[in-house]
Write a protein that binds this ligand. Structure first.
Ligand code: COI
Length: 386
């Protein structure tokens, strides 16, 4: 970086110094939980037919006022992202894979016939919010500022058609991993009665309706003592897809005991997780073979019994990487390995968090610094569509 660039503030740095935050902020940042405390600020971007996208505005957190006939409430045009900003070893705050989250939001929006926000605008709105809220970013390993961009149809109209108005509200919360910072292995159970998605449906879109569709089964699984429901494909009810909040990986051992990772392919019915994608990349760098391959629940059951399946883990932005220790398969409850977190799960989580907290070099260009002098140089070309 040139001296000139280094001395310039990042374009999204707040004009005046950010406030110090509310009394008790230090205590909140020590133990934020998962999204219990809003930073009290949001970024807002709007779209109207005819005028297009507005510039981002940073506003106080507040209730949305909506006409009860709002299209988004009746017909479900609502998509969102879950993404994070991390504090690095030198204190710099960086967004993780911001442009990729913007691209995914645009793809989700396109599937629901909603306006697609330019990736550059999405990235800028996130960066301006995080720059304004930088003092809310906790510093602990695995902690982050969780950003939830929600894009909602806002036009009031009873007829079934795409809205001609949208609002995207970016919320921000200091956060621990959503299943806890201790990464206690999860218990999950296969959903045998209901399905979450079918080919050609909206399963890949990060839309509110998919999460609504998962709630009943997930709640029943939790009432039965599990943390999550494991979804199977909608046609044969045989192939493992994902959890309600996370993608899944299997760690198989070959005859010589060497690990081999596999995760279900993205064929339109599972969310294209950016944590999933990051782990596939990081695994290659660690010399761990990793493939996307269909995996039948029967094969998982047999693998657990024979010991060929050594580990299973879940991954997602909110939960990071967390082992699965117990699997309900419909007819039996099986313990995977010794039920504790396996070494591959731990190794991949550390590799991911080390990049996110800038403890290892960002060789994939996943970090976008939003505070400190690095911000100016980093935005050149970032998040712009080709
Ligand atoms: C995320 O991992 O960020 C998600 O969006 C999942 C959410 C339902 C907690």
């Amino acid at each position: 970086m040139s001296d000139t660039a280094a001395s310039m503030p990042a374009p999204w740095a707040p004009a005046s110094p950010a406030p110090l935050g509310p009394p008790g902020l230090d205590r909140i940042l020590q133990d934020p939980g998962f999204c219990r405390h809003s930073t009290g600020r949001v970024a807002v971007v709007e779209w109207e037919a005819g005028s297009g996208w507005s510039e981002p505005r940073i506003e106080p957190y507040g209730a949305l006022s909506m006409d009860p006939a709002t299209l988004g409430l009746h017909y479900g045009q609502a998509v969102f992202e879950g993404m994070k900003a991390f504090r690095g070893a030198d204190g710099t705050v960086s967004l993780f894979r911001a442009a990729d989250h913007g691209r995914r939001l645009a793809r989700s929006a396109a599937r629901l016939a909603m306006a697609e926000m330019p990736v550059e605008l999405f990235t800028r709105a996130c960066a301006e919010l995080v720059a304004a809220d930088a003092h809310w970013v906790p510093g602990g390993y695995g902690q982050s500022l969780y950003i939830r961009p929600l894009l909602l149809a806002t036009e009031a109209e009873m007829g079934l058609r795409p809205s001609r108005g949208y609002r995207c509200v970016f919320l921000a919360y200091p956060a621990d991993p959503c299943f806890g910072s201790d990464f206690r292995p999860l218990a999950v159970t296969a959903a045998t009665e209901t399905v979450r998605a079918v080919r050609g449906g909206t399963g890949e879109a990060k839309c509110a309706g998919n999460y609504a569709a998962s709630l009943l089964t997930r709640t029943e699984a939790q009432a039965a003592g599990y943390d999550e429901a494991l979804w199977l494909d909608g046609l044969e009810r045989r192939w493992v897809e994902e959890l309600s909040t996370m993608n899944v990986f299997f760690v198989w051992h070959d005859a010589d005991g060497r690990p081999r990772l596999a995760t279900p392919p993205c064929d339109g019915t599972i969310v294209r997780g950016l944590t999933r994608d990051s782990l596939l990349t990081l695994a290659a760098g660690l010399g761990l073979p990793a493939v996307e391959e269909p995996t039948a629940l029967d094969a998982v059951r047999d693998g657990i019994r024979s010991g060929g399946l050594a580990e299973m883990f879940a991954c997602g932005t909110a939960g990071v990487v967390v082992g699965v220790g117990r699997l309900g398969t419909g007819d039996a409850d099986l313990i995977i390995g010794d039920g504790k977190e396996g070494p591959v799960t731990e190794r991949l989580r550390s590799a991911l968090l080390d990049v996110q907290h800038a403890r290892t070099p960002d060789t994939h260009g996943w970090l976008l610094p939003v505070t400190g002098n690095a911000g100016t140089a980093a935005i050149e070309g970032e998040g712009r569509d080709a």
